[in-house]
Every structure is written in structure tokens, then in C-alpha cells.
Design a protein around this ligand. Structure first.
Ligand SMILES: [Zn+2]
Length: 446
């Protein structure tokens, strides 16, 4: 490590080969070597020793709605990326909707990048959107560096991002498969949703009944059938229904290229504990009953679910009314993902290495960033988190960096305190003190 400018040392460094005492050498923002803890530090290198705090790779959150420009009062690049940094997320990939314009043409992508420029405290990439009428824009967006495409199979919640029927889904999927791209889908079937009782009002049980398991299961089954027919690579966004897992496992065993993510709120919150009128817990698909959680955790353990991402999707407080039918659907969790998932994971006997795999290594791989992100090893960016995994804190919404501080996690006591976060070898936050924005706007690597 003779060329190291910086050496970051800990008794517990999470590497692809396991957790061990190690010294991480950094030069030019890149990890140049991972050496034994005792390795001699070259004269002129700066040394930081974190003792027993864990050093892990920064999280790569591939599902974040930044809402900027156009709905910047909901969230923005400045606030979202500070929240990310505070929570140990060093890369986020912004979803194509809830901003105005949505990221559905190359022009709109340029507008998004202009909004993000100079605002990003962490690295930011972009998804494109597949709409009923923009098939011609997909290839140019791919060439312009988006990491994949998102589509809805049922109404998205915003008028400017209409959903695809089965025929249009097939058309978009064929186009994207033609250039080797990735199609990520919000999988709830509109016919099953229309057939479910739509009572509205403040009762969570009524909201849950309006978004049944079978809407997800049917949509996943259709997605699998289309992906198989077109030999396309597809990704199931925010899976909530444990019932869909056998279908997915069978498809994978049969060679269908399908990956799956779930979210902290499905893994850590249950329908039984949502108070009536508490729409900070509203999201689609919904948080389901406690019995649904075991299959999701089991699927993470055995690899049937690849990733855990936040689906951070805030709005202003006035849209979080007590009527579940009309309140904004989206949960704010970007800053809390790591401690929320870790708290439940440790209770269930999983290791921090597992959490790193689900939230960093696999998400980086999903979007093709594994040459640079998602692990502590030579050649990758020195994007790192220093975590006190056994320390606890109680979630105080006022302490969050999100623009709107409504959160389903308020008042919970969580394990895992982020001491500092590092982006390409620069410490970007420590004890809630931030440096200026050093994030880069990322493009997909070919
Ligand atoms: Zn989303």
C-alpha cells in the first residue's frame, strides 16, 4: 500500500471473504488494497482507526423517489442525498416518476441531471420510465446511461406516468430486451385491484383488503410468462406478497431471468400494528400481516429475493391524510433503511454480512455497478460506512434529513448507529456534520 493516501482500519471490516480485522488502503478515491490490520502504514498516509466499529461498503439503494424537479416540496436532491449519507447510503438510483417531468425521454433526463447538479451528497444514477407511448425513447435513454426502466401494470398514483396494459408491456419488454436492458415492474394487477372492495376511510384493514395478495401474485405470474416468451431480463419491484415467491422460484429454476427486491417496511412493520388513520404506513403494495413476513425473510436467506431497497417515496404532510384511499401512498425510509433492516435481521439470527449482501452487493450488481460499488475490495470506490451495530437509538423524526419528516418508524428503537459515511475516500458526514456535495451523477457502464 505504498501509494496509499489514506488507510482506514477496523477490527471488523466486512469484505467479500468475510469479516476480519483489516486495513483498507485508499488512493485517488479508490480502494487499492485490503491488508492485514497490522500492515505497516506508509509515512505520509493518513490513518483513521475505527477500533471495534464495523467498516462496511456503502449501501446502494436502487429504489428512491427524489421527486426533483417539479415536486421538490416532497423531496429534493439536496435533502434526499443528505438523508442517504446520514443513513449509510452512498449511491442511490432515482426512480423515473414523481418528479415533473418524469424521466421518460432524453430531454427529461437532461432536466433531471440539471436539477441534481451540485446538489448530490452521494452518487446518483437514474432509471428511465416505460410509458404506453414512449417505446421510441427507450433506446436513446439506454444509450444516454439510464440503469434500466420502470413500468407500472396498474395506476401509478400520478397522472403523468400512466401504466402499461399487457400488450404494451410486451412491446416495451421486447424493445428493452432487444438492447440488453433491464425492465423493473411495479407488479399489481389492475383487474384484481378493481375486483377488490374499495371502501376507503381510515381503517387499515379496509385498505389492506383493497390491495390483496392475489393482485401481486397475478401480476408476477403475467410478468414471468412475458419474460419467458421474450427471453427478457426483468425485476420485480418492492415485493410484498410472500405468496408470489413459489412462482418466482419455479421461474428461476426454469431459466427465466427474473430478480426480486423487497423493502424495509415489509420486513419490519406489520399490518397488525398500523393504527387506523396512520397513512404514514400507506404504500402500494401494502404492508401485510405478520404471517407474511417469515416467507420474505426466508426468501432473503435462501436467495430467492435478491435485494432490499427503500422505495423511499415521501410527500408533503398535508397529503398524508387519515383516509387510506386518497392519502399519498409512499413510505419515507431512506435514512433508516440500514438500522431498520439490521434490527430485525439480528433478531432473526442473520448477520450484518447478510444485510450488506442484500443492500449493497446485490443492488450494485442489479444495476451493473459491481465494478465500482457494493464491496470492500481493491479496485472499487472507497464508499464506506462506519457502523456501531450494537448501539441503539430511538427514531426522532425531527432528526431526519428528509425534506418531510413524516415516517412510519417514528418512536422505534433501532440497532445500528452510523458514525460516519465516506464517498470515494472523503468523509461526507460524521455526527450529523456534512461536507459540501461531492456526489457524482452516474451513467450505466457498458
Ligand atoms: Zn417506488
Amino acid at each position: 500500500m505504498s501509494d496509499a493516501e489514506l488507510v482506514l482500519r477496523s477490527r471488523r471490516v466486512i469484505t467479500p471473504e468475510g469479516t476480519r480485522a483489516a486495513a483498507v488502503a485508499v488512493a485517488g478515491g479508490t480502494i487499492t488494497a485490503v491488508l492485514p490490520y497490522e500492515a505497516e502504514v506508509p509515512a505520509g498516509s493518513r490513518l483513521e482507526d475505527f477500533g471495534d466499529d464495523v467498516l462496511l461498503p456503502g449501501l446502494v439503494d436502487t429504489h428512491v423517489h427524489v421527486d426533483d424537479p417539479g415536486r421538490t416540496e416532497w423531496e429534493g436532491f439536496w435533502t434526499a442525498t443528505r438523508a442517504a449519507a446520514a443513513g449509510g447510503v452512498t449511491t442511490l438510483i432515482d426512480m423515473p416518476l414523481n418528479s415533473i417531468p418524469p424521466t421518460t425521454t432524453v430531454d427529461h433526463l437532461r432536466t433531471k441531471k440539471e436539477a441534481a447538479a451540485g446538489q448530490a451528497h452521494v452518487d446518483v444514477g437514474f432509471w428511465g420510465g416505460a410509458l404506453p407511448d414512449n417505446v421510441k425513447d427507450l433506446r436513446p435513454l439506454h444509450d444516454a446511461g439510464v440503469f434500466g426502466f420502470k413500468a407500472f401494470l396498474s395506476p401509478s398514483g400520478v397522472d403523468e406516468f400512466p401504466h402499461l396494459d399487457q400488450e404494451r408491456l410486451a412491446r416495451a419488454m421486447a424493445e428493452i430486451a432487444g438492447f440488453g436492458g433491464l425492465l423493473a415492474v411495479h407488479a399489481e394487477d389492475p383487474h384484481h385491484l378493481a375486483a377488490a372492495p374499495q371502501l376507503g376511510g381510515p381503517r387499515y384493514a379496509d385498505f389492506l383488503a383493497s390491495r390483496p395478495h392475489d393482485a401481486e401474485d397475478a401480476a408476477v405470474a403475467n410478468l414471468i410468462a412475458q419474460a419467458k416468451r421474450l427471453d427478457a431480463r426483468v425485476h420485480v419491484l418492492h415485493l410484498s406478497s410472500g405468496d408470489a415467491l413459489p412462482l418466482i422460484a419455479e421461474a428461476r429454476a426454469g431459466g427465466v431471468r427474473i430478480t426480486v427486491e423487497t423493502c424495509p417496511h415489509y420486513l419490519t412493520l406489520t399490518a397488525e400494528e398500523v393504527p387506523d388513520g396512520a397513512s404514514e404506513f400507506k404504500c402500494c403494495p401494502p404492508i401485510r400481516g405478520a404471517a407474511n413476513q417469515d416467507p420474505l425473510w426466508q426468501a432473503l436467506a435462501d436467495g430467492a429475493i435478491d435485494c432490499v431497497v427503500t422505495d423511499h417515496s415521501p410527500s408533503t404532510t398535508d397529503l398524508k391524510t387519515d383516509d387510506f384511499a386518497t392519502a399519498w401512498g409512499g413510505i419515507s425510509g431512506l435514512q433508516l433503511s440500514l438500522p431498520a433492516v439490521w434490527t430485525e435481521a439480528r433478531r432473526r439470527g442473520h448477520r450484518l454480512e447478510d444485510v450488506v449482501r442484500w443492500t449493497s452487493t446485490h443492488t450494485a450488481h442489479l444495476v451493473g455497478l459491481d465494478a465500482r460499488k457494493g464491496a470492500i475490495e481493491a479496485g472499487r470506490d472507497a464508499d464506506l460506512v462506519v457502523l456501531a451495530p450494537d448501539e441503539t437509538f430511538t427514531v426522532d423524526p425531527a432528526a431526519l434529513q428528509h425534506r418531510n419528516r413524516v415516517t412510519a418508524y417514528a418512536g422505534r428503537t433501532l440497532h445500528g448507529v452510523v458514525r460516519s459515511t465516506w464517498l470515494r475516500g472523503e468523509r461526507i458526514v460524521k455526527d450529523s456534520e456534512f461536507t459540501g456535495p461531492r456526489g457524482r451523477l452516474l451513467s450505466r457502464d457498458d
